[in-house]
Design a protein around this ligand. Structure first.
Ligand SMILES: Cc1cc2nc3c(=O)[nH]c(=O)nc-3n(C[C@H](O)[C@H](O)[C@H](O)COP(=O)(O)O)c2cc1C
Ligand SMILES: CCCCC(=O)C(=O)O
Length: 345
């Protein structure tokens, strides 16, 4: 497989079609799902000439965590549906690539076991704040104890998105034997249905979370400038511009289209972006428009389904090569050289 899209084609052949639809699908008419990739494709890169460097610097530091490239692994649920070792295979590949894995709260391997599988892996933990604060705090303590270095709080899910493919396929729960291991309490296994996506979660919960943990808090799912301003005022450490890969509210804008206004409102906080990143050129466009880094969701799942750990490694190395190629073609020696003049809107 030479490209991220080729990994998707192989994954599609290997996966149970019901599980493929869960991974691939979006909400409603999937307008936003398509828009993420389409808007990135529509932007043009404007390279400089007669400059650059013999070697490119791709590394970034995010909230004190170094990554060898500006491409992180977005939190995605249920990796054991894609490959038997699930998140264990993913974390080995992520550690080898020296980037950051954002572990999903809905992982099918416990965060402690993910951390133990690759002790030098750099992990952040994704959290859906639960109305049961004692339960939420217990999960935060587990993530801290496992060595996670940031909490990524998903704020675009006051309710689960309307995923019509899953409805048609009757996919509402994990098959027997697979559990949401981060929700396990004592001997009772964690079930997907236990994850509350609650419309009652508010800024007060973010303030509560700041009191509960020393970990930096990143809000994932920001699309509007005024929310970025509120976030900066609420003492969060970073933002992720995300529409959940088109899986929550359909017809919201493509993430790349709102990135600049969120960056301008974020008061200097690091802003990451995800949604539709499939090529090195997509990464450059997001960085040029102010992102500190991007994250990829589905391509990692496709690598995992196609070839397990090797497949995730393949996906990460191909996007790294493409970022390097796009930089050299743009006349840049470093990801830090990019600015808005490199993109024509
Ligand atoms: C199968 C799947 C599961 C996901 N699970 C989670 C999750 O558990 N928590 C979360 O915050 N986001 C979740 N997301 C959203 C991703 O973190 C990310 O925002 C999105 O996939 C980025 O778009 P991309 O798939 O086009 O790269 C999931 C996305 C997919 C495709
Ligand atoms: C209840 C788990 C939800 C995982 C998720 O966020 C997604 O499928 O997009």
């Amino acid at each position: 497989m030479r490209t991220l899209r080729e990994y998707e084609a192989v994954a599609r052949e290997r996966l149970d079609p019901v599980h493929y639809d869960y991974f691939a699908g979006g909400a409603g008419d999937e307008v936003t799902l398509r828009a993420n990739e389409a808007s990135l494709a529509r932007l043009a890169l404007l390279p400089r000439i007669l400059r650059g460097g013999a070697r490119r610097e791709l590394g970034v530091t995010l909230l004190g965590t170094g990554a060898s490239m500006p491409v992180l692994v977005a939190p995605t649920a249920f990796h054991r549906l894609a490959a038997p070792d699930g998140e264990r295979a993913t974390v080995r590949a992520v550690a080898a690539a020296d980037t950051i894995m954002i572990v999903s709260m809905a992982a099918t391997v416990a965060v402690e076991d993910i951390a133990a599988e690759a002790p030098d892996a750099k992990l952040w933990f994704q959290l859906y704040v639960q109305p049961d604060l004692a339960f939420t705090e217990a999960i935060v303590r587990r993530a801290e104890a496992a060595g996670c270095r940031a909490l990524v709080v998903t704020v675009d899910s006051p309710a689960l998105g309307r995923r019509e493919r899953d409805g048609r396929n009757g996919f509402h729960d994990l098959p027997d034997g697979l559990y949401c291991e981060n929700l396990r309490i004592g001997d009772s296994p964690g079930h997907v249905r236990q994850i509350a996506m609650s419309p009652e979660i508010s800024w007060e919960h973010i303030a509560w979370l700041r009191d509960v943990t020393e970990l930096p808090i990143v809000l994932k799912g920001v699309l509007r400038a005024e929310d970025a301003r509120l976030a900066a005022g609420a003492g969060v450490a970073g933002l992720i511009v995300s529409n959940h890969g088109g899986r929550q509210l359909d017809t919201v804008p493509a993430t790349i289209d709102v990135l600049p206004e969120v960056v301008d409102a974020a008061g200097g906080l690091p802003v990451l972006m995800d949604g539709g990143i499939r090529r090195g050129t997509d990464v450059l466009k997001a960085l040029a428009l102010g992102a500190s880094a991007v994250a990829i969701g589905r391509p990692v799942v496709w690598g995992l389904a196609a070839e397990g750990e090797q497949g995730v490694k393949g996906v990460l190395e191909r996007i790294r090569d493409e970022v390097d190629d796009a930089l050299v073609q743009c006349g840049c020696a470093s990801v830090r050289d990019l600015d808005r003049t490199y993109v024509r809107c």
